[in-house]
Ligand binder design. Sequence first.
Ligand code: FAD
Length: 360
Amino acid sequence: MKQKPKIIVIGSGIVGASIAMSCLNLGADVVVLERDNLGGSASSKSFGWINASFAESTDYFKLRNAAVGKFRNLRKEINLNNYVQWQGTLWWEDSGQELERQFNTLVDRGYNAKILNKNEIKRLEPNLQDIPKEAIFTSLEGAAEADKVALEMLKNLSKKGGKVLSGCTVLGLKFKKACISAVQTNIGEMQCDMVAIATGAATQNGLEGFEWRLPMQNKKGLIVQTAPLPQLINHVLMTNDVHFKQNTDGSFTAGEIYSGDLKKGVVPLDLAYDVLSRISKKLNSSENLTPTNIKIGTRPVPIDGFPVVGEIEGYKGAFIAVMHSGVTLAPLVGELLASEMLQATKSSLLNSFRPIRFSG
Ligand SMILES: Cc1cc2nc3c(=O)[nH]c(=O)nc-3n(C[C@H](O)[C@H](O)[C@H](O)COP(=O)(O)OP(=O)(O)OC[C@H]3O[C@@H](n4cnc5c(N)ncnc54)[C@H](O)[C@@H]3O)c2cc1C
């Protein structure tokens, strides 16, 4: 009998977990190695909005749009009811001409979007008191608790015979005739036929024995989690000064509106209370928003802002998947990369996002 290809996935965040699950489903022998907590680093500090709304290029929009569709279908494979909701988004980060411009781009791309007026917004969100003149409603979007999705994927993997090791740091890669042969870890060397590097923001540090480097511009962001509250909001709300959503257990997850880096010198505790007070001012409710977890996450951002997915030129059998918006993209990217690794099929959706753009 032909031996199953042995694949090592480095990193157990939502991206690594998705690649691992898809590789196992295609018949590989899969091992996931994680140096820290299972479920990932950025993945456990993410806002988790699943969307294709504001893609910076047409190709990126196509990838994200297909990814939202794939994420919806994931419920046929694993039960994610406790961690994923498809509540749709109300967006008013900008207003006036800028909101209109965003809306027109979405419509030109064929995205499911509508502009709602004050009354229509009030009907969808009766507890909102600070209601904007208009907002863009994208009904097919959702939100996930990304680390919990990753953990469900890893549970599924283990059930089907895959292996998951935490406390295992990959230090280097070994190649024979420019072809991957093993990974070196803090607990010893492990042979493999292929490796998938899903190390998120840490990818910029590189690995021993592997000259190729991914230039990155990682960015930090604050996420605040609250204690559970009665149902107060029904959608992901992307407002002019804060974004927030209510999870299935009633807790709120909130972040600052600015998706760039945290400002220098900011005190996370102060910012977290500020973020919660911005939310309180928007809601007509006497409920107190009590923070239970204040997290500073690092967004994995390749230098040009776009995902990096595929085999690395000159290093046969070494594949990479690093991206921001990894929550939205992980289920699709995992599936596409697995079929590239095991069935040699290359999806045109990934043409613009190949690692070769950073070679040479
Ligand atoms: C504040 C914030 C808000 C965000 N909001 C959104 C959003 O709304 N929507 C969205 O789609 N995306 C969002 N993102 C981005 C998204 O969370 C990330 O793109 C995604 O979680 C990346 O997943 P990952 O598996 O690649 O990385 P991670 O979850 O970081 O996992 C990588 C794992 O690799 C492990 N690792 C690294 N090096 C090694 C090694 N040498 N050996 C072994 N293990 C190693 C790490 O310990 C880590 O657990 C946000 C991110 C942040 C920080």
